[in-house]
Design a protein around this ligand. Structure first.
Ligand SMILES: [Zn+2]
Length: 465
């Protein structure tokens, strides 16, 4: 008899392997952080003695979801930013929050965001901090990522420009200051299975030409991948024409910015020429449908990008432009937004959405040989759906159930890196109730302190515990 750590038995397993195999009455065996066996329970179970066995009869196992874009600290701003343009929203809500948040608050609100992601079956994410006022802000954001148990990429925005477009001066520093921060970050946090630091360049309209050049040089010299908001709304091209006489994507191509090591966030305003340049340079794309709708930015041409062969992942974006971190909701919105835009329900199906949220995300992280599907040798990142509410019953097609019917309440178990982070809907390694209590209190105090609630006409004074 072989020994193992976890045996998940009698499940319906959506593997996301090359054939998109769905295995009934099957088991997954985990040892350390790896999947060491997968197959029919009748064959697998007698071969293994596991420290922990979980009977998943009637339940569905999926590969962990991969959230390719977030600003976890914005959890503090839920409910403050509705009905504003991006520029107003940055100026009124997110910038003051980023500038005034303490490192303790950073830890708690980021961890709260991670808790919701775990409740959604997310096992990996790319987070983007704004302006870290002290190095402790980086540290506490990273501590939250590590303590959450999620596989994480940490980034922090470089911004040295954009006063005339609404970026407050207090969020800017000379590019050299940011580069020095990144030098320290990649030294202090060398890449591991669980955590890596990448670079974030805010957007074409928040970085100077010199800033773009210096950031690119550092990225190339150190082999650090980059993320950047590109074409989030009309402002991108407007400002680029203003400054450089051409749209932002052709300009970025001209200066050598478009490369396989670049993840472009949003891409709402991309035209055919832009998409061709992305294809030519193998740029990766993060699709954030809820945020795009929330901020009234428009509908990214995902079907064109998919048909052109670009690598695509899904993101929830920060809670400031979403009001939650609900990756399950994002799956449904990702499909419906494209169907509605095309006036054609056949342009995208549930399988495509799941592919983006798993295999596509894994490609974006550069971990396609490690995560994104449930196969022997891969890392044990997965979640379990239970038919425990009227919302999902009956289940005819597990993939359609996940994308169109599920809510967070149906996610019963989440395992990342071989560790059970949630079981029976209960977070295993953190005191969730206490973290939520602290997040509520801290977020109200922060909003009052920095004025990020100035456009919210409160008739009450918050719900202090
Ligand atoms: Zn963003």
């Amino acid at each position: 008899m072989n020994t193992a750590d976890i045996l998940l038995s009698n499940a319906l397993i959506v593997t996301q392997d090359e054939n998109r195999s769905i295995l009934p009455n099957s088991s997954i065996v985990i040892k350390g952080n790896r999947i060491i066996a997968i197959g029919p329970s009748m064959e697998i179970d007698p071969q293994y003695s596991a420290s922990k066995t979980v009977d998943l009869r009637g339940k569905i196992v999926f590969p962990g979801l991969i959230n390719t874009h977030d600003h976890l600290f914005q959890v503090a701003t839920k409910g403050l930013g509705e009905d504003m343009s991006v520029q107003d929203w940055v100026y009124v809500v997110t910038a003051p929050t980023a500038a005034n948040i303490s490192s303790d608050e950073m830890y708690t609100v980021c961890l709260t965001g991670c808790l919701e992601l775990i409740h959604c079956g997310v096992t990996s994410l790319i987070d983007m901090n704004y302006m870290a006022q002290t190095f402790a802000h980086h540290d506490e954001n990273i501590h939250a990522l590590v303590d959450s148990g999620l596989r994480s990429i940490y980034t922090s925005i470089i911004s040295d420009y954009g006063l005339q477009y609404g970026i407050p001066e207090y969020l800017m520093r000379p590019t050299d200051w940011f580069i020095d921060q990144y030098d320290q970050l990649i030294t202090k946090y060398p890449p591991t299975d669980r955590l890596a630091v990448w670079m974030a360049v805010g957007a074409p309209w928040t970085v100077s030409g010199e800033g773009l050049d210096k950031s690119l040089a550092f990225s190339k010299r150190t082999g650090t991948p980059m993320v950047m908001h590109i074409g989030e709304n009309w402002v991108d091209n407007h400002c680029s024409k203003d400054r450089f006489g051409m749209n932002s994507v052709p300009y970025l191509e001209k200066i050598g910015f478009l490369r396989p090591e670049l993840l472009a966030i949003h891409c709402v305003t991309l035209d055919d020429e832009d998409i061709a340049l992305f294809v030519k340079n193998n740029v990766k794309v993060s699709y954030n449908p809820v945020s795009n709708m929330y901020l009234g930015n428009g509908i990214p041409p995902m079907m064109k990008m998919r048909d052109a062969g670009l690598r695509i992942g899904l993101g929830v974006d920060g809670a400031g432009s979403n009001n939650s971190q609900d990756m399950i909701e994002t799956l449904k919105m990702a499909a419906l937004l494209q169907k509605g835009a095309a006036k054609d329900p056949s342009v995208i199906n549930a399988q495509q959405v799941l592919d983006w949220a798993t295999l596509g995300g894994a490609q974006i992280l550069g971990l396609e040989d490690q995560i994104g599907s449930l196969e022997v040798g891969k890392q044990a990142d997965l979640f379990v759906i239970a038919p425990n509410s009227a919302k999902v019953v009956p289940i005819h097609d597990p993939v359609a159930t996940l994308v169109y019917s599920c809510g967070q309440e149906n996610v019963e178990m989440t395992i990342a890196n071989g560790v059970i982070l949630m079981q029976d809907g209960i977070i295993q390694h953190l005191d969730e109730a206490e973290i939520l209590r602290q997040c509520q209190e801290m977020s109200l105090a922060l909003a009052e302190r920095c004025g990020s609630d100035s456009k919210v006409k409160r008739t009450w004074k918050g719900n202090r515990a």
